[in-house]
Ligand binder design. Structure first.
Ligand code: NDP
Length: 339
């Protein structure tokens, strides 16, 4: 094993909750760098691919709330091959995937050619999926599938009516549309980029496009019943309006805060229409749930559509892409090649 490796490193000072002297750059690192945060983790992985999620954008651009230690290798996702393991669940040579679990936040993450991680959230690369495809799915796609599993668990079926997906052109939204439409749901895509991305969203399987401005302002506590279900990535007024427009006994999942973390709404959709709101947290999902979710992704996400929503960059281009993702300019998913 080569002793040095290459990785993106964030360095910053935090004083009174404010980030100062933030730097993020790709550098050569000694193996001992991994002895830092998360250094006692038992599984060493030669990383083949990582990705960039909204959370990575925040950390790399120096926004608060994600990077909890400095210096830190960011990257909440990684796909690679185990090179050494003190955890009996993993053997050298095995291809593995890790999303969340604290990497890229409180422990070194996936935006490096080597990582040392806990086995608790690590799973085998699902059968039928390449390393690049798994990285293209990443946390965003995994979260989309968790949202869909939640809708299924709550009894939502395609024949019950349209399902709305917000943040449609983003990572979670793109995968949610592709999977839901393949499962036979009628999908409505809510986007702020209807003019530029309509063809893309229809190609993923969206039946209709809705201008997200119809959802981002304050609305009545109960509105016309439109959706059997919703997959929301935006939070704030968007989620409140989705709840107010959901049909009786419908279900809305909430995973994101692209519009905002607030929830300025009313209990009326819950108590007068029996609407269910389901929270989605991908970070600490159990290994069992992870394995089931990846299996479903391997079965229900078209590899052609996954390719259509994926772009690939090198480590050196990550800081620029991080800025773009925060500005809502990135379509679908970005993988970072580390081979
Ligand atoms: P992306 O940046 O890829 O996509 C977010 C999308 O949200 C944008 O592409 C845009 O879509 C839409 N959007 C942007 N700004 C606004 C706004 N002001 N109002 C409404 N919509 C907006 O992010 P991801 O898809 O990776 O993640 C989506 C959200 O889910 C993020 O908040 C992320 O932090 C969260 N998340 C949570 C997880 C969890 O475990 N709970 C895991 C993964 C993600 P368009 O241009 O089409 O309107």
């Amino acid at each position: 094993m080569r002793m040095s490796f290459r990785g993106l490193v964030i360095e910053q000072d935090v004083q009174a909750g404010r980030i100062q002297n933030h730097r993020a750059q790709a550098v050569d690192l000694p193996e001992s760098f991994l002895d830092g945060s998360g250094g006692d983790a038992p599984v060493t992985v030669d990383v083949m691919y990582s990705g960039i999620n909204y959370k990575d954008g925040l950390a790399i651009a120096g926004k608060p709330g994600v990077a909890r230690t400095s210096p830190l290798i960011p990257g909440i996702d990684l796909v690679g091959r185990v090179s050494r393991s003190d955890d009996p669940r993993f053997t050298p040579g095995e291809a593995v995937v890790l999303t969340g679990g604290g990497i890229g936040e409180s422990a070194h993450g996936g935006l490096a050619t080597r990582a040392r991680v806990s086995g608790d959230y690590l799973v085998a690369l699902p059968e039928g999926m390449s390393a690049r495809q798994a990285a293209a799915v990443g946390t965003a796609g995994f979260t989309a599938m968790l949202s869909i599993l939640a809708l299924e668990r709550e009894g939502i079926r395609p024949e019950q009516g349209p399902v709305i997906v917000t943040g449609a052109s983003g990572g979670v939204g793109s995968v949610a549309i592709a999977v839901l439409s393949r499962l036979g749901y009628e999908v409505v895509a809510a986007t702020g980029r209807g003019e530029s991305e309509a063809d893309y969203l229809h190609a993923l399987g969206a039946r209709e496009i809705l201008d997200r401005r119809e959802l981002t302002g304050p609305g009545a506590v109960l509105q016309e019943r439109r959706w059997a279900a919703g997959v929301d990535t935006a939070g704030s007024n968007t989620l409140v309006n989705l709840l107010a427009q959901t049909r009786d006994e419908g279900v809305v999942t909430a995973c994101g805060l692209a519009q905002g973390p607030d929830l300025p709404g009313s209990v009326m959709p819950f108590i007068l229409r029996g609407v269910t709101l389901v929270g989605i947290n991908s970070v600490t999902a159990s290994r069992d749930l992870r394995q089931r979710t990846w299996k479903r992704l391997a079965e229900d996400l078209s590899s052609e559509l996954l390719e259509k929503m994926t772009s690939e960059i090198s480590l050196e281009h990550v800081p620029a892409r991080a800025e773009e993702i925060l500005q809502g300019q990135v379509r679908g998913r970005t993988v970072v090649s580390l081979e």
